[in-house]
Design a protein around this ligand. Structure first.
Ligand SMILES: NC(=O)c1ccc[n+]([C@@H]2O[C@H](COP(=O)([O-])OP(=O)(O)OC[C@H]3O[C@@H](n4cnc5c(N)ncnc54)[C@H](O)[C@@H]3O)[C@@H](O)[C@H]2O)c1
Length: 316
């Protein structure tokens, strides 16, 4: 297979490429990444001689078109995104550019190359939040995004689904829950807790800290993507795949676990003004994805220890 992986100098995409090269060294991989503040190209150093790295924008249709043609690409996996909710609340413009216009540019290229498959990486945040006793969201649940970030991801999904219907592109969408692991940008919750705890600084927790997230280890997410890539989406007809592990923790619990592992006092926890529009809880029904033989393998405590060990090195 010849893959174009976008956004792979970021958190999840870098893990996907590292794991894919280890599993399928015969494949050709081209990475396209704009190298925004969230990127770190050095994450890909271990496979630098086994892939082609191109710095550029997914919204640059001419560039994407040339990569598809020059490298005889079979599959595009689109991780490229503006991904931090707080930034989208401050300014949604970059989110519209990359998440919406950028996705449409990829769709245009796929329309012109109908043999190219397109896996669009989305998020469970498109469903909006659910109450404590609500059932988990199946793939046909309504999309009710709460933040400019999740609204931009939902918009991108609508464009992908419309292109499947109107132009019969060979595409599918994944909606995963919150990822954690090495390589995540400093601004995100778990890296922030680790960094501040290591420095002995206040650990900020939004609101009451009772908001719940279903944390999945990034490698388990990447494994699910690999399984989904093996499906023939056209004959199978399932186009949207939920990925979650059904194991929720309150943000406050996560902060305490990290402090415990680091041997730091819970007194460092400082409650700060809640995020505007803060989603309470996400829950997805991943049963369809589990029919592919996929199941998460990394227990949260174990993944958290590995993550903390990685950030300890990074922040020391
Ligand atoms: N992190 C999570 O918990 C999570 C959960 C579910 C889904 N997702 C989705 O997974 C994908 C990857 O998320 P992440 O956490 O790795 O994000 P990230 O912010 O760590 O990385 C995003 C990458 O995209 C690149 N990028 C941004 N704009 C670009 C553009 N216009 N052209 C090319 N590259 C561009 C950045 O340079 C960066 O390397 C996103 O689509 C996100 O919505 C993330």
């Amino acid at each position: 297979m010849n893959l174009l992986v976008t956004g792979a100098a970021g958190f999840i995409g870098s893990h996907f490429v590292l794991r894919h090269v280890a599993k399928h060294p015969e494949d050709t991989i081209v990475v396209l990444d704009l190298l925004t503040y969230a990127a770190d190209k050095s994450f890909l150093d271990p496979v630098a001689d086994k892939m082609t790295f191109v710095e550029g924008d997914i919204a640059d249709q001419t560039l994407v078109e040339s990569l598809i043609t020059n490298h005889a690409i079979d599959v595009i996996v689109n991780f490229a995104a503006e991904s931090h909710v707080d930034n989208s609340i401050s300014d949604a413009t970059p989110f519209l550019h990359t998440n919406v216009i950028g996705t449409q540019a990829l769709i245009e290229v796929v329309k012109a190359h109908p043999s190219v498959r397109f896996l669009h990486i989305s998020t469970d945040e498109v469903y909006g939040d659910v109450g404590d006793n609500d059932p988990s969201c199946a793939v046909d649940a309504p999309l009710r995004p709460s933040s400019p970030y999740s609204a931009s991801k939902a918009a991108a999904e609508m464009l992908v689904l419309a292109a499947i219907r109107t132009f019969a592109i060979d595409a599918a969408i994944t909606r995963c829950t919150n990822n954690y692991g090495p390589h995540q940008a400093n601004e995100k919750f778990i890296p922030t807790v680790i960094r501040n705890a290591l420095a002995g600084e206040p650990v900020p927790v939004y609101g009451t800290g009772k908001n719940k997230r279903d944390w999945i280890y990034v490698g388990d997410h990447c494994d699910a993507i690999e399984r989904i890539l093996e499906v023939n989406w056209v004959t199978d007809q399932r186009r949207v795949w939920n990925i979650g592990i059904d194991h929720e923790y309150e943000n406050l619990e996560v902060a305490k676990m990290i402090l415990d592992i680091l041997g730091k006092s819970h007194d460092l926890i400082t409650f700060v003004e809640d995020r505007k529009g803060h989603d309470w809880r996400y829950a997805v029904d991943s049963s369809e994805t589990r029919t592919l033989g996929w199941a998460p393998t990394v227990p949260f405590q174990e993944g958290l220890r590995e993550t903390i060990a990685w950030y300890k090195q990074r922040y020391s």
